[in-house]
Design a protein around this ligand. Structure first.
Ligand code: ATP
Length: 220
């Protein structure tokens, strides 16, 4: 059975979540208090509804309990975001994802039982900053305060060397999870795999180890 999602708040973030879920074949109810925003989603979402989600009865009547996951993407109106999340929890919605505007908002959301809290602007800012500092770092995913996954492009320094020659794990404490080569992806590459200029390495490790690896092995 198709998973059923409800997206509350159809700004840039909520709207993009809604479109991506539909593209992945999910059923999505798109909800916003602003009729013009809802109209934009009439032909996109499975259902598009004008509703103020700070009203408990409105959410009850929408049968919100029956959705597999509800995404609260109300941006600037933090009060409406908190109240909506609180009501969803009280109505028994188990899986709630909420977009937080700032750290205080996140603290409150944690206390009232939001299962997943996302900070799209903050996270994208961090990812872009890593790319700006080193143009060879294509992407950055923070796993915890200390660990992350990065995608970096192979230049001259590593060209033609095997993973065993580079000895990345022993020297830098990082592991190469996969190598992207054109449209191929080599998952868990063998130690004998020879790396070529233009390959993209997907590497996991502690931030301080990855910094050392980047400084020594990635071209300027
Ligand atoms: P983004 O950063 O995602 O672009 P945005 O700045 O567009 O966010 P906002 O406009 O603050 O975000 O809020 C997102 C949507 O949430 C808006 O379309 C707004 O109408 C809707 N919204 C705000 N309050 C409520 C509410 N109580 N019930 C339903 N929708 C709401």
């Amino acid at each position: 059975m198709k998973k059923q999602f409800a997206v509350i708040g159809l700004g840039r973030f909520g709207g993009s979540v809604c479109r991506a879920l539909i593209e992945q074949g999910m059923e999505v109810m798109a909800i916003d208090v602003d009729e013009s925003r809802v109209n934009e989603f009439r032909d996109i979402a499975t259902h598009a509804v004008v509703a103020n989600t700070t009203d408990e009865n409105v959410l009850k009547n929408l049968g919100i309990r029956n959705f597999d996951r509800v995404i609260v993407a109300i941006g600037d109106n933090i009060q409406a975001s908190i109240l909506t999340t609180l009501i969803l929890g009280e109505l028994g919605v188990k899986h709630i994802t909420v977009k937080a505007q700032n750290d205080y908002h996140e603290k409150v959301l944690n206390k009232i039982g939001a299962e997943q809290i996302v900070h799209p602007e903050r996270d994208m800012g961090v990812r872009i900053a890593h790319h700006l500092v080193s143009k060879n770092v294509l992407d950055y995913l923070e796993l915890s305060d200390e660990y992350s996954i990065i995608e970096l492009i192979v230049g001259q320094k590593m060209d033609g060397k095997t993973l065993i020659e580079l000895d990345i794990r022993a020297k830098y404490g990082c592991s190469v999870l996969a190598i992207k080569r054109g449209s191929d992806i080599i998952v868990s590459p063998q130690a004998s795999e020879e790396i070529q200029r233009g390959d993209i390495l997907i590497v996991i490790g502690a931030d301080r180890d990855m910094n050392r690896f980047e400084q020594q092995m990635v071209d300027e």
